[in-house]
Ligand binder design. Sequence first.
Ligand code: ATP
Ligand code: MG
Length: 295
Amino acid sequence: MKIDLKKVSGFARQFCVDKGSKFRLKDIDPGDTGKIKSENKAEELLATGVKVMSQLQEKLYAQDRWSLLLIFQAMDAAGKDGTIKHVLSGVNPQGCQVHSFKAPSSLDLNHDFLWRSNIALPERGQIGIFNRSYYEEVLVVRVHKEMLKLQRVPEPLVTKHIWKERFEDINAYERYLTRNGTLVRKFFLHVSKAEQKRRFLSRLDESSKNWKFSQSDLKERGYWDEYQDAYQDMIRQTATPDSPWYVVPADNKWFTHLVVAAAIIEALSSLHLQFPEVTSEQRKALEAARKELGD
Ligand code: ATP
Ligand code: MG
């Protein structure tokens, strides 16, 4: 299938932050839908995008060299789960691993903060999805500083520079991953406070959504401004040309899905993936196999 890459990548590029220093969250409107006027149009484009992604992933898997790490961060009810479900719906499950990061276990807390991510990284040829990630270490832990105590970092090392140091370590880690063939793409699903309220209310109103409601989500909503500040600083400090942040408008789920799909297609396309070439020796073996099959 031929696609107009310029058209597709345009969706994503306007929300890509690859040099964060001057980034301001308030410049991005959570209700933005770009030039897409209708949900139907978005769904049509997404269906094409999903097919293209599936073809690219097949090559990624066959080539078995590169891997792609997709990181999703957001406030509650911004739509991380739905985005992962819709955007990756066409991808072969064998080539894809989703990892959801919850509050750290006691085993996790016995290690440095990147330890648990390391063992969840995608293998070569795979797409790895982090539903939340080590970025929680500069988000929830920054908003609730008492969480740092649980980590038992030696006291002299816990100074006012700790967040800056964590940003440096994360940047170094992502540079290391990039240099080893793992492409890193990060998505902040940017939902408005009003839309979050609407979604929480629908979790209360609709019985099929009741299970999604959690009292702790409501508690975190009380720290909205602190989280927005932490997100903005995180993006400023960790958006780089090699591992950019996409700040994706998230009040309209159909637009969110489209932007994320476009960013993934662009990332995979940048690798110029090819099916492995067959050597002349392998070709001979294939011919011999054909004879043996009596063709
Ligand atoms: P959903 O609510 O859609 O199921 P979720 O990602 O919000 O998905 P929860 O189980 O509700 O999942 O929440 C996971 C919690 O784990 C979040 O509150 C998050 O802040 C917390 N968490 C994740 N990583 C860390 C970390 N490194 N340190 C402390 N808390 C963390
Ligand atoms: Mg939650």
